[in-house]
Design a protein around this ligand. Structure first.
Ligand code: ADP
Length: 494
């Protein structure tokens, strides 16, 4: 059973490997595509958020500049007090007139800073309360805006759903952090991928750092598509394999049929048919002549005139008997020593051995045998008639399989060894079957010798005849501790 499993594994492993590689490459590409899609969407959202907040910050600068420029005729009009109703993020506006002074020290310092930089300056940035002051020092009046950061966010234009989006958005300033949008994941590069975006608002007066981050976990990969892809690959590979196997099986069946037909040509039936055809005529003639002579000699005493005719009839019968004997001899020679010498060509013994193994693959698999083809030295070619060689190896392998079937599956091994010795190419077939009894070894190549029920006993005799016809030899041995070995040796191509 274990042997069977190994054979099966060897057969399926390349397909399984192909499936793994193609599935993996496809799945990786899909994962990469999905990640780059998520990354692009994140970058776009973060850039939009940055632009929206930057616009608001720039608006504050513009508001302050406009206030500084306005010189209302009526000083008590205080138009700045109407600003909070127009800009919801501006909570209040404070002003310091010519002779007054700021109540708050921080605002005073920011005013000085603003004068120095010639642009608005920050004061009392408090991210815990999401507020800060922006002060513009002017002559004769300075203004300070108190701004609510959260109200700066234009939610109607905001690119993300603030409560559901996985993106975390914060503002940072001097180690203070204000969470604008919590996101639903925390940074953890070990559990997937992390996207980052960091950029100060594009307003020099309010250089808060906008930080956006998104954690993408393994669960967010397109598993459904990846799984479908690997299933599709499996289906396609299975179909391809079935198609290929169908072609192989057809080819193998055709080859076996061909071998079978060739084999049958050499069997007893053909021999008998040939003999009957060739012997029928002389035997009929002998019968006719001897019967005529018998009749002529039946008279007592025989008529001297008939004696000559009877002699002629006997002579004719002798001639026909000689002809019959010639026919038998000719047929025997044709069968025993077919002259294959004229038909030999250069054949690779390794290729012939592999092709025999290929033809018997289904039978080998059924018995759980994976034959080893071992080549000792470089590949060589021999002089042989390809079809006869194919038939010999096929017969030897069939015999080995029949022997191996008699032992338990784990003990079944079949080895085909190829080597060169004495200018001959050799193929040695070793099996671990029960081997042969001593009286069997000596008679194994005799025609009609068989120990198998239903066996014809012509296989090995035919193999030996065909081998001899190609100028080769075939020998059989018993192996120690068990099994049989057949050695086919053929002239090497120089
Ligand atoms: P058949 O297969 O019809 O019996 P073969 O000429 O092929 O005729 O074989 C003759 C006999 O040789 C077989 O009956 C068997 O006893 C013996 N034999 C052949 N090959 C082996 C083998 N590998 N192991 C053991 N015995 C074998």
């Amino acid at each position: 059973m274990a042997y069977y499993a190994v054979t099966q594994l060897r057969r399926h492993a390349p397909w399984a490997l192909a499936w793994c590689v193609v599935s993996l490459v496809g799945a990786l590409l899909m994962a990469r595509l999905e990640l780059s899609k998520l990354r692009d969407a994140f970058d776009t959202d973060a850039r939009i958020a940055h632009r929206l907040l930057s616009q608001k910050a720039a608006q504050h600068d513009a508001v302050l500049s406009t206030l500084a420029l306005l010189r209302p005729a009526d000083e008590s009009a205080r138009p700045e007090q109407r600003l909070p109703s127009v800009y919801p993020q501006i909570l209040s506006v404070q002003r310091r007139d010519r002779d007054a002074s700021w109540s708050d020290e921080a605002l005073r310092a920011a005013e000085a800073e603003s004068r120095r930089l010639k642009r608005p300056a920050l004061a009392e940035v408090n991210f815990a309360k999401a507020r800060y002051h922006l002060v513009l020092g002017g002559e004769p009046t300075s203004f300070a805006l108190l701004i609510d950061i959260r109200a700066m966010i234009p939610w109607s234009e905001w690119p993300m759903a603030s409560d559901a989006s996985p993106v975390r958005v914060t503002l940072e300033h001097n180690e203070q952090t204000l969470v604008l949008q919590p996101g639903n994941t925390v940074r953890n590069p070990a559990r997937g991928w992390h996207f980052d975006f960091r950029k100060p608002l594009s307003a020099d007066s309010q250089p808060f750092l906008l930080v956006a981050g998104r954690q993408v976990g393994w669960a967010q990969l397109p598993w459904g598509w990846m799984l479908s892809w690997s299933l599709l690959v499996a289906v396609l590979l299975l179909a391809a394999r079935a198609l290929l196997r169908q072609r192989h099986d057809r080819h193998r069946a055709e080859e076996l049929l061909r071998l079978g037909q060739i084999g049958r040509l050499n069997t007893l039936g053909e021999l008998a048919a040939g003999l009957a055809h060739e012997l029928n005529q002389p035997l009929t003639a002998i019968l006719a002549s001897t019967q005529a002579a018998g009749r002529l000699l039946a008279e007592d005493p025989p008529d001297p005139a008939d004696l000559g005719t009877a002699r002629t009839a006997i002579a004719q019968a002798t001639d026909q008997a000689k002809r019959a004997s010639d026919v038998v001899n000719r047929l025997r020679r044709a069968v025993e020593q077919p002259d294959l010498g004229g038909q030999v060509e250069q054949v690779s013994l390794l290729v012939a051995a592999r092709s025999a193994v290929y033809l018997l693959e289904p039978e080998l698999a059924r018995l759980g045998i994976s034959p080893a083809v071992e080549m000792d030295g470089p590949e060589f070619t021999v002089l042989a008639e390809p079809v006869a060689l194919e038939q010999i190896i096929h017969n030897l392998m069939i015999n080995a399989l029949q022997a191996l079937e008699l032992v338990p599956a784990p003990q079944r091994t079949l080895t085909l060894k190829l080597d060169v010795a004495d200018k001959r190419g050799r193929l040695t077939l070793q099996d671990t079957g029960p081997g042969m009894a001593n009286n069997v070894v000596s008679r194994i190549f005799e025609p009609f010798f068989t120990t198998r029920k239903g066996g014809l006993g012509l296989g090995l005799s035919l193999c030996e005849t065909l081998t001899g016809g190609m100028g080769g030899t075939l020998t059989a041995f018993n192996r120690v501790p068990r099994g049989a070995e057949f050695c086919l040796s053929l002239p090497l191509v120089p």
